[in-house]
Design a protein around this ligand. Structure first.
Ligand code: HEC
Ligand code: HEC
Ligand code: HEC
Ligand code: HEC
Ligand code: HEC
Length: 390
């Protein structure tokens, strides 16, 4: 859409950035900051790590820089980048995706062998050198949490490294193997797929991100259509926003959320005048209701979901509708059964990707349907009555 110049072939950009950023910083702080400390006083945070060379700016790139600067990738104050500030460094298990410096270390783009081998500084963001790095061209495959190894070319390696989540259905299988399916087990803990798992959704059944029920087939990668077959063909790589106009060559809709091709209803509503996202959201809501009902009626140990705090599922032993507290802290849910754990995993995976309807609507609908069906048995709900489609 933009230039014909491949991002991995533009190392000179780093030089431009550092200069431009100090200019911004100078303008906003009223005085031109010459030292690192003064830069820190700027109202927005500048990346402290990454291959920045303080040099004069070549204004040619200022649009890309401005766009990036306003994006989530540059937001150093976000929880995703500031979470480790009190620790003084970012743990190896987290650094790959939470700082450009960690990303380069992980892939061996910093001159050290692949793998995180040094302490990673806090204060980093997804800086220019994460995607504009000559070494990216040499990365030919990315391993996902399920173990699947996916071939990549160019900058795709970056998106797929960080937006793949941290666990997969296979982890749920391991944790629950051999356990009675409806018996609570105090050793079971909620397994969190992690956040912004777009690439995992996108690869679908082939990527094995979800909990797969035996005997079921799952749709593979969402190939969609040629012009929209990669992350950056839909997301402008600096603003990260989805460009809607190109969708209209093939779709008739007012917004991405309104897009629908399916002529049948998946959520039992019969309404096919709304976007496919509506079916996905309805089934996700139904699934959550059923998880709660199952913990109440079948397990006898009610759960409360609170999306604002880790680990999201909390205990309500007396069933009064309020999360139990112990020593001033909410009590994590401790009565998981294999059935509640696997259905909650699929629910969380699907809802951890706000773009699942565009990344892989089919796989998303399948995971939701199978989890709903899983719970319908013990809850005595007739799937036919719900009128859902898989
Ligand atoms: C495979 C890449 C990856 C790894 C490894 C990873 N994360 Fe993340 N994490 C992400 C992405 C991507 C997001 C951004 C989600 C968003 O806010 O859109 C995120 C978001 C977060 C958030 C913010 C959640 C919120 O509600 O805003 C926290 C906290 C977090 N991660 C903690 C961790 C910790 C702790 C570790 C290591 C134990 C870790 N992450 C490892 C990719 C990763
Ligand atoms: C998340 C990955 C990512 C990050 C971070 C990133 N870029 Fe890019 N950049 C790309 C991709 C992908 C392209 C190719 C766009 C295309 O061809 O459509 C690109 C293209 C460019 C271009 C070519 C002109 C254009 O806008 O298409 C410039 C200049 C550029 N980037 C500069 C920067 C600078 C400077 C930074 C840091 C402030 C930065 N980029 C950060 C991925 C990234
Ligand atoms: C080094 C890890 C890393 C890489 C590489 C990376 N991202 Fe991200 N991405 C993140 C994190 C972390 C966040 C959440 C940032 C925040 O909460 O401010 C995020 C946020 C996003 C968002 C959400 C924007 C929003 O407004 O909430 C989109 C879309 C996105 N990334 C797309 C991409 C694409 C496309 C690529 C590849 C060109 C890519 N990312 C590469 C880590 C990464
Ligand atoms: C067919 C177009 C398309 C493709 C291809 C695509 N996305 Fe998206 N993506 C969307 C839409 C539409 C949304 C939801 C609207 C939004 O959040 O901007 C979205 C949302 C996201 C979000 C969540 C943004 C938020 O608001 O939190 C992330 C992260 C993301 N995509 C990353 C990726 C990555 C990584 C890839 C490649 C594996 C990818 N996307 C491929 C269209 C696409
Ligand atoms: C070149 C044509 C083309 C373009 C451009 C295109 N799509 Fe599509 N889209 C399709 C086709 C074909 C399907 C059906 C694919 C399938 O079922 O395998 C589809 C399916 C979808 C679906 C699922 C609809 C349903 O009812 O299952 C969504 C959502 C979607 N596209 C979103 C987008 C978004 C968002 C964009 C723009 C960023 C976009 N598409 C651009 C051709 C296109």
């Amino acid at each position: 859409m933009h230039s014909n110049i491949h991002p991995t072939a533009r190392p000179f950009i780093f030089i431009a950035v550092a200069g431009f950023l100090s200019l911004c910083a100078g303008a906003l702080a009223q005085t031109a900051p010459e030292t690192e400390d003064e830069e820190l006083a700027v109202p927005f945070a500048l990346p402290k790590s990454g291959p920045f060379t303080p040099a004069d700016i070549n204004v040619e790139n200022d649009q890309a820089i401005t766009n990036w600067f306003r994006s989530a990738h540059a937001n150093a104050a976000a929880e995703a980048f500031s979470h480790w500030d009190d620790d003084g460094e970012i743990r190896a298990a987290c650094a790959t995706c939470h700082s450009g410096e960690g990303f380069r270390d992980f892939h061996g783009l910093d001159g050290t062998p692949p793998g995180i081998d040094g302490p990673i500084n806090t204060g980093g963001v997804v800086d220019c050198g994460t995607c504009h790095n000559a070494g990216l061209a040499e990365i030919t495959e990315i391993t996902f949490p399920s173990g699947i190894v996916h071939p990549v070319t160019g900058v795709e390696a970056s998106c797929l490294t960080c937006h793949q989540g941290r666990s997969a259905g296979g982890n749920v299988v391991e944790a629950t193997e051999g356990l009675a399916v409806d018996e609570p087990n105090a050793d079971l803990r909620f397994i969190n797929p992690h956040y912004a798992t777009a690439a995992a959704t996108w690869l679908g059944g082939y990527g094995r991100a979800g909990y797969h029920y035996s005997g079921q087939e799952y749709s593979g990668r969402f190939f969609h259509a040629r012009p929209v077959a990669s992350c950056n063909s839909c997301h402008e790589p600096h603003t990260l926003e989805v460009q809607f106009e190109p969708c209209l060559t093939c779709h008739v809709a007012d917004s991405p959320e309104d897009i629908r091709i399916a002529r049948q209803s998946y959520d039992g509503s019969g309404n096919t005048s709304v976007g496919i996202r509506s079916d996905i959201n309805a089934n996700a809501e139904r699934l959550m209701d059923m998880i709660v009902a199952y913990t109440n009626d079948v397990v006898g140990a009610p759960v409360i979901y609170d999306g604002t705090r880790h680990p999201y599922f909390f205990a309500d032993a007396n069933g009064d509708g309020a999360i139990d507290m112990a020593d001033g802290s909410p009590v994590p849910y401790g009565a998981w059964t294999p059935r509640s754990l696997r259905t909650a995993f699929n629910w969380k995976l699907v809802t951890a990707d706000p773009g699942s309807y565009a990344h892989n609507p089919k796989y998303t609908l399948e995971l939701l349907y199978d989890a709903i069906r899983d719970l319908s048995g013990p809850l005595g709900i007739d799937m036919e009555d719900l009128g859902l489609l898989r």
